[in-house]
Design a protein around this ligand. Structure first.
Ligand SMILES: N[C@@H](CSCCS(N)(=O)=O)C(=O)O
Ligand SMILES: [Mn+2]
Ligand SMILES: [Mn+2]
Ligand SMILES: [Mn+2]
Length: 322
């Protein structure tokens, strides 16, 4: 599969709670240094690395209501939205390396603007990240990202500094969650009230990942085939395998389940943008923990862009003649 795509990178943008202790901004470079670009090129992808986006620090970024660092997050998201819009209109499949899941605001916004029509959003995560600014228990935007994007929630979003540029661009019916296991009551109400499709870890256990992916694709394409935005939070994977992340939750996806999701999404031929977020080297207590987390992040992206565990060979390959 020849895929032109970009790699942008994103630092920490939510409020750095003591637990968070920063470090998520180091995720992109650790993923790069694990050889992502070379591995993708080796499997036939064309890769253009746009480098790390830099964001101006915002002084006196006082909370707006409960929302932490609204000005920094809002303006950084706008910068990212422009970068993703440009990459998409240049015909690439953008890959956003996080960094915080708040980056999904800009990546999905920019993707939707370039796509022109509806997007399918597949959100792979232990968390729903759909708290509104009025329901968030922590104020961290990484737990609110979807609420700014879903049309049916628009009336529940108050004005926030540096957020006025955001126009909701995703319909509730075009969203599928996979891997949920730590959902706030308010988020649960939103998911139920909006009828958003959810395959929590209960469904993953009950149905098996093959059936989850079959139902995901049937559901998303029941009306029309739309470009897919895959927003993959590394904390969807069990923290025994991917511990270097800010909000680990026990009972996550196995490596095989996590990769199977990407193989099936790739097979649709509709993957149009990917976020790979919440890799936080500082949250690993040993280098081995960091490497395990980073390696799984690389394998997730390789699966998105054509790697099959049954093997691959380049188009046009022929056996050498004696
Ligand atoms: N529901 C909690 C935790 S959200 C965790 C964010 S992430 N991006 O999934 O790690 C909140 O809203 O702060
Ligand atoms: Mn985060
Ligand atoms: Mn998340
Ligand atoms: Mn999460």
């Amino acid at each position: 599969i020849i895929v032109n795509f970009i790699i942008t990178a994103w630092g920490s943008s939510g409020r750095l709670s003591p637990k968070d202790r920063g470090g998520v901004e180091d995720g992109p470079d650790r993923i790069r240094s694990a050889g992502l670009v070379g591995r993708l090129q080796a499997q036939g992808c064309g890769v253009k690395d746009y480098g790390n986006l830099r964001f101006d620090d915002v002084a006196d970024d006082a909370p707006a209501g409960r929302v932490m660092r609204p000005r920094a997050v809002g303006s950084a998201s706008r910068t990212l939205a422009h970068a993703v819009f440009t990459a998409k209109t240049d015909g690439h499949t953008p890959v956003m390396l996080g960094g915080d899941h708040s980056l999904a605001i800009g990546s999905i916004h920019g993707h939707a603007a370039a796509a022109g029509g509806a997007l399918s959003v597949v959100w792979v995560d232990a968390h729903a990240d759909i708290n509104t600014p009025l329901t968030t228990p922590t104020g961290n935007v990484h737990g609110q990202a979807m609420s700014y994007l879903v049309r049916e929630l628009h009336s529940k979003i108050p004005a926030l500094p540096h957020f006025s540029w955001i126009k909701p661009c995703v319909s509730a019916k075009d969203i599928v969650y996979i891997g949920l296991r730590d959902v706030d009551p308010e988020e649960h109400y939103i998911l139920k009230h909006l009828g958003i499709k959810v395959f929590s870890m209960t469904e993953v256990d009950g149905l098996g990942i093959a059936r989850v992916m079959e139902e995901t694709c049937d559901y998303l394409f029941s009306d029309a085939k739309k470009p897919i935005h895959l927003s993959y939070d590394i904390d969807a994977i069990d923290p025994l395998l991917a511990p270097a992340t800010g909000t680990p939750v026990v009972g996550g996806l196995t490596y095989r389940e996590g990769i199977y999701i990407t193989e099936q999404i790739c097979q649709t031929g509709l993957l149009s943008a990917v976020d790979l977020v919440e890799v936080n080297p500082k949250q690993g207590t040993t280098e081995a923990q960091v490497l395990s987390t980073v390696q799984i992040a690389v394998d997730v992206l390789l699966g998105c862009f054509g790697r099959r565990r049954g093997g691959n060979h380049p188009a046009g390959y022929r056996l050498p003649e004696p």
